[in-house]
Write a protein that binds this ligand. Structure first.
Ligand code: HEC
Length: 216
C-alpha cells in the first residue's frame, strides 16, 4: 500500500514535470508572438520627425546615437570643380527602429529619417604625416519619409552647419529628383551604404517595391 502511494506520488511528480515542460514550450511560442508585435510597437515609439512652423523640420535630437549606415568622401553632386584634397566627408545615420524594419522587410517604414553630416577634411596635424581626418562640420542634411505631410513620400532639409535647428523643406528639383532617379531603393542611396546594400540579397523573399535595385 505504502509503495502504491509512493509510486502514485512520483507519478504525480512526473505529471507535474510534464506539465511544466509543455507550459514552458507554449510560453516560448507565445513569447515569440509577443516579440514580433513588439517589433511593430518599436516603430510606434520610434523617434519620428518633429515639425515647427508648417512643414519646417526640427533638427532631430540624438541622431549621433542612431545606426551609422555608411560614410563617403568627396562624393560630389555638382559639376563645380573643387580644390585639391579628397573632398568632404559624409556620414549617414538612420533611426535604429527604421534600420531594423528595413532588415526585416526590405522597406523603409513611414517616418524613417536619414541624417547626413558633412565634415571638411583636415590633414597634417601632428603626429599625422599623411591622410585626412574630419575637421569642422560644414552641414547637416536630413531626409524624411512622411507621406502624411509630403504626398511625394520624401522631403529634404538642410540645417547649415547645425546651428540652425529648424529648416524648410527644399524644393523637389534641388534634392528629391536626384534621389528618386539615382537612389537604389526608395529614394535612398542604399548602393553606397554597406549596412543597407546587402539587406535585399539576404532576405529570402524579395519585397522590392520598385525593382529599381536591379540597376545596381
Ligand atoms: C545630383 C544628385 C543629388 C542631389 C541633387 C542631392 N543629393 Fe542627397 N545624396 C546624393 C548621393 C549620391 C548620396 C549618397 C551618400 C553621400 O552623398 O555620401 C546622397 C545622400 C543624401 C542623404 C542621406 C540619405 C540618402 O537618401 O541616401 C541625405 C539626407 C541627402 N542626400 C540630402 C540631400 C539634400 C537635403 C539635398 C538637396 C539640398 C540633396 N541631398 C540633393 C545625391 C544627391
Amino acid at each position: 500500500m505504502l509503495r502504491n502511494i509512493k509510486s502514485s506520488a512520483s507519478f504525480k511528480l512526473f505529471l507535474i514535470c510534464v506539465f511544466f515542460i509543455v507550459a514552458a514550450g507554449v510560453a516560448g511560442n507565445v513569447g515569440q508572438g509577443v516579440a514580433s508585435s513588439d517589433e511593430n510597437a518599436d516603430l510606434k515609439t520610434m523617434y519620428g520627425p518633429r515639425y515647427g512652423d508648417g512643414k519646417n523640420l526640427i533638427l532631430p535630437e540624438g541622431y549621433a546615437n542612431w545606426v551609422f549606415v555608411g560614410a563617403s568622401i568627396g562624393l560630389a553632386y555638382s559639376e563645380e570643380t573643387r580644390g585639391d584634397g579628397p573632398g568632404v566627408f559624409h556620414r549617414v545615420y538612420t533611426q535604429p527602429e527604421a534600420f531594423a524594419a528595413y532588415q526585416r522587410t526590405g522597406k523603409f517604414p513611414e517616418k524613417t529619417m536619414f541624417v547626413m553630416e558633412l565634415y571638411r577634411p583636415e590633414q597634417k596635424v601632428s603626429p599625422n604625416k599623411q591622410g585626412y581626418f574630419e575637421g569642422q562640420r560644414v552641414a547637416i542634411e536630413v531626409s524624411v519619409k512622411d507621406r502624411e505631410k509630403f504626398p511625394e513620400g520624401w522631403a529634404y532639409f538642410n540645417f547649415g552647419n547645425g546651428r540652425r535647428t529648424e529648416a524648410r523643406p527644399i524644393p523637389k528639383a534641388s534634392c528629391y529628383d536626384c534621389h528618386l532617379e539615382h537612389g537604389a531603393d526608395d529614394n535612398v542611396f542604399v548602393q553606397f551604404y554597406p549596412a543597407l546594400r546587402e539587406v535585399k540579397k539576404n532576405l529570402s523573399t524579395p519585397t522590392a517595391e520598385t525593382g529599381k535595385e536591379k540597376k545596381q
